[in-house]
Design a protein around this ligand. Structure first.
Ligand code: BES
Ligand code: ZN
Ligand code: ZN
Length: 460
């Protein structure tokens, strides 16, 4: 069945379509039949348009069409262009297409009955280029969604490594791994310890893209394929979501794919410690002491605070290879959600004067971030009787800030460092717009846009 999308911005147009005024308010979607043809009338009456509103609008339109089983739909963008004065037509097109593609995603590989979801969007061919760029972006976000949605038994460290090899085969991204005894030889002491409890042994993946820029940027993503908490076993009933504890790594993988696919001129090295955090005879224990590559010793106060332990290995490695800017991203703490709710990830940075720029990039990218403080005063909560510091804070407040403070012990303050805690945004908090059930793919677009800003290729 076919339909046509018609954007309607005011009451005058409403009456010519036999609609009441309320039906042209922004986001209202009505399906009508006229002269045996089907139309989807989309209200767009609104003063200001944010970027993500356009993506979500496209998502809602696609979902409505899907519900009404249309498989081909014609769209004329002109009315949309005319109504939105604060965004360029190029931008409107990119946003609309991005939302359209992202909302078509479903993780159905384990469903016996596959949902029918193919809707052909027919538009003026001169917009093909916009659609293609948006498709590249959406595809990389969906790579991250797929990785997060995979069950833990389908994404062990080994299987994850295989997927990475496949994903980047024939691309400019070079993929290599550190495994077994090499882990400690090359400084990944915590990764080896945290991962040794599982029969699925830890691996560090290194992805590098050398495509022209002088600035060396390093990304570090938390790749915990399942977080049972270890000996400090988790109690929560929604522990299945801990298959997504590799969401930070999925974000950096998706970002590398997108940087490659858009042929961005950057020099990026991505470091992904991949472990499965379980308890058992071979697992690391509370009270164990880990000595890091920089000599610092850490007492394991809690095996469930494993993310910061393995990230610290990655941060040290990033500095050892000479990165100028380091961005780490992780599903690090439950408390970031207590602080910010489920929409904004927390962003910490040792050059906080830049936060205004990061905030804007977050809003525009569709992966919003909110500032969180790095607070040296909280270092006292990380005191340990046995080692230099503990991996868990003695204060029950401000857990996400204490975790960030822990990480700052592994950063040379001359380096620019951004830490993103996305524990609260890895999974969709709403299913409207371009969000779909399961993982959001949070961080892919944010990181690519942050990198483009770093190398001054950010254009929006
Ligand atoms: N993977 C969790 C954080 C998390 C919680 C991610 C909820 C997604 C949803 C992390 O490893 C963890 O367990 N953190 C603990 C730290 C605590 C033991 C200091 C937490 O936040 O409770
Ligand atoms: Zn944990
Ligand atoms: Zn974790």
């Amino acid at each position: 069945m076919e339909s046509s999308i018609v954007f309607i911005k005011d009451a005058k147009e409403a009456t010519s379509w036999y609609l009441v005024e309320d039906q042209v308010l922004f986001g209202e979607i009505s399906q009508v039949q006229l002269n045996e043809k089907s139309y989807l009338l989309v209200g767009i009456k609104q003063e200001q348009f944010t970027e993500d509103i356009i993506r979500h609008l496209a998502g809602n339109i696609r979902k409505k069409l899907n519900k009404n089983v249309f498989n081909r739909v014609y769209i004329d963008f002109h009315q949309l262009f005319n109504s939105i004065s604060n965004l360029s037509t190029d931008r409107i097109l990119l946003l609309f297409f991005e939302g359209w593609f992202l909302s078509g995603y479903q993780f159905a590989k384990f469903k016996s009955k596959k949902p029918q979801q193919n809707i052909e969007l027919v538009f003026d061919q001169k917009f093909n280029h916009h659609a293609e760029t948006a498709l590249r972006r959406a595809e990389s976000v969906c790579v991250a969604r797929d990785l997060c949605n995979e069950p833990a038994n389908q994404l062990t460290p080994d299987l994850y490594a295989n997927k990475l090899e496949e994903l980047f085969e024939g691309s400019k991204v070079n993929v290599s791994f550190i495994k077994g005894k090499d882990l400690t030889d090359r400084g990944f002491h915590a990764t080896q310890k945290v991962g040794k409890g599982s029969i699925n042994k830890p691996i560090v993946a290194l992805l590098s893209l050398q495509n022209g820029s002088q600035r060396h940027i390093s990304l570090v993503g938390k790749g915990v394929t399942f977080d049972s908490g270890g000996t400090n076993t988790k109690q929560a009933s929604n522990i299945v979501d801990m298959k997504m504890d590799m969401g930070g790594s999925a974000a950096v993988v998706g970002a590398m794919k997108l940087l490659n696919d858009l042929d961005v001129n950057v020099n990026v090295t991505t470091i992904i410690p991949i472990v499965t955090n379980v308890s058992g005879g071979k697992a690391y224990l509370p009270s164990d002491v880990i000595q890091y590559a920089n000599g610092l010793t850490v007492e394991v106060g809690n095996t469930d605070a494993e993310g910061r332990l393995i990230l610290a290995d990655g941060l040290l490695y990033a500095q050892s290879i000479g990165a100028d800017t380091i961005i780490d991203i992780a599903t690090l703490t439950g408390t970031i959600g207590q602080a910010l709710g489920l929409k904004y990830a927390g962003l910490f940075c040792n050059k906080m004067e830049d936060f205004g720029v990061y905030h804007k990039i977050g809003e525009q990218s569709g992966d919003p971030v909110w500032p969180m403080p790095l607070e040296k005063d909280y270092q006292m909560y990380l005191e340990s009787e046995t080692a230099d510091i503990s991996n868990v804070g003695s204060c029950k407040f401000g857990g996400a800030i204490i975790a960030a403070q822990f990480l700052s012990n592994f950063i040379d303050n001359h380096k620019k460092w951004i830490h993103i805690d996305m524990a609260n945004t890895v999974k969709a908090y709403k299913l409207s717009g371009y969000y779909t059930a399961g993982a959001t793919g949070f961080g892919v677009r944010l990181i690519v846009d942050l990198i483009q800003k770093e190398v001054e290729q950010y254009v929006y």
